[in-house]
Design a protein around this ligand. Structure first.
Ligand code: ADP
Ligand code: MG
Length: 405
């Protein structure tokens, strides 16, 4: 029998009404003759009793410091609670189901707490459960080390669990269910005109996710791509087809439009721009190497990097601005760090080699008098740094300029 993996995010399991919708989605594919593995996130957001951030607040309320091992043990609880509540919900709808922690599902990770990488999956218990005609409900975002320590997989980890299980079980498809109708041309919370995409490539989605579209985690997309498992992003609350993610070859009537230069727009808010100047050549003085080595040592991730002999510039998240200031002061460098920026990016596999895309981007921004403070590009994206206060306006301007509505 073919297997389907369905992952339901925090937005889909937050209330009993929503969990009943989840049961309907599961029943649908069971009725079509699939064996089903359900991956769940924790229920709700900060403030709600079983949300991960609520549990962390509870522990930090006693002593702010918490060790990485204990943090993972705590953070794994939200998803475990969610599996049992989901099993109860499925039983209510007449569906037989068994709950699994990540470890019980055979998800073995490296020994790196808080951001563990999956090493291998031993799906024996899951397969046995499916053979018995039961739905396997697996806690997302977690695994276990070879020596039995509970780990978590980092931000967006439930998406990763879903994709990795899909590959290990040779699933026909991995469906990521969320609260929007699929991957949209831009974040619908900021661009109301955004519309769902019917189809896009793994590369495009991966790029959009890296550039800030939080609808799915980039690692999950990479795993599905490497394992050649089709991915679908769908809404728990509607019957739309959602977005099919493929390697670009047409499937039936679904094909990526050849004339599509820009597929979507992504953004990263609250960034800081770092500019380092020097009167002397920083290649020769070794300062270029020192800057990036010291940033790495301080665990500051840098982006939109430009290096020239007398100027280095890059962006970092605003939260790390003070830390970066200290690092650069210690290196005795002349630096300016300005906060209050956002990165807006256009993404599309179709822009490779097409002239005039940057001109169009600048035209769109200029129409609304939006200044560009920094930019970078690759074969499949162009990113511009704008003032945070102009981010939403910029997203809407680009959406219109590239006729994505
Ligand atoms: P889940 O709890 O299901 O994992 P997330 O909050 O992680 O849900 O992701 C869904 C949200 O991602 C949507 O509500 C939407 O606001 C946001 N989002 C950002 N960019 C996009 C995009 N391009 N397409 C769809 N959703 C997007
Ligand atoms: Mg998510």
């Amino acid at each position: 029998m073919p297997i389907i993996v369905q992952k339901f995010g925090g937005t889909s399991v937050a209330t009993q009404e929503k969990r009943d919708q989840v049961a309907k989605k599961v029943k649908n594919v069971l009725d079509q003759g699939y064996q089903v593995v359900v991956v769940v996130s924790a229920m709700g957001r900060l403030g709600e009793p079983y949300a991960t951030d609520t549990l962390i607040k509870l522990a930090r309320g006693i002593v702010n410091q918490i060790g990485p091992r204990e943090l993972d043990l705590l953070m794994s609880c939200g998803e475990i609670i969610s599996t049992v509540i989901m099993v109860q919900t499925l039983e209510k709808h007449g569906i037989k189901a068994t709950a699994f922690t990540g470890g019980q599902a055979g998800i073995i990770t490296e020994h790196d707490f808080n951001n563990a990488r999956i090493k291998e999956i031993k799906p024996t218990a899951i397969l046995k459960c499916l053979e018995e005609g039961r739905v396997a409900v697996v806690a997302g975002f977690q695994g276990v080390t070879a020596d039995g320590e509970i780990t978590t997989l980092g931000r967006g980890g439930s998406d990763t669990t879903g994709a990795a299980l899909g590959v290990a079980l040779k699933a026909e498809v991995v469906e990521i269910y969320t609260d929007v109708d699929g991957v949209m041309t831009a974040d619908p919370r900021l661009v109301p005109q955004a519309k769902p995409l019917e189809v896009m490539t793994y590369q495009e989605l991966c790029e959009m996710a890296h550039l800030g579209a939080k609808v799915v985690h980039p690692r999950a997309v990479e795993i599905a791509m490497e394992g050649r498992i089709p991915l679908k992003i769908k809404s728990t609350f509607s019957d739309g087809e959602g977005t099919l993610i493929t390697d670009g070859t047409p499937i039936g009537k679904i094909e990526i439009r050849k004339d599509r230069v820009v597929t979507g727009i992504a953004h990263l808010a609250e960034m800081a721009l770092v500019k380092i100047h020097s009167e002397t050549d920083m290649n020769e003085s070794g300062k270029v190497l020192q800057v990036f080595e010291e940033m790495a040592a301080a665990k500051i991730s840098v982006d939109m990097i430009q290096v020239a002999p007398f100027q280095i510039s890059f962006i970092i998240t605003q939260q790390l601005a003070d830390k970066a200031t200290t690092v650069l002061k210690n290196l005795k460098l002349q630096a300016e760090i300005e906060t209050g920026f956002a990165k807006v990016a256009i993404v599309g596999s179709g822009m490779r080699g097409v002239p005039g895309v940057m001109a169009k981007m600048v035209r769109g921004l200029r129409r609304l008098n939006i200044s560009i403070y920094h930019s970078t590009d690759s074969h499949t994206n162009i990113s511009c740094l704008v003032k945070q206060t102009e981010m939403v306006k910029a997203l809407q301007a680009l959406h219109e300029e590239f006729e994505l509505a």
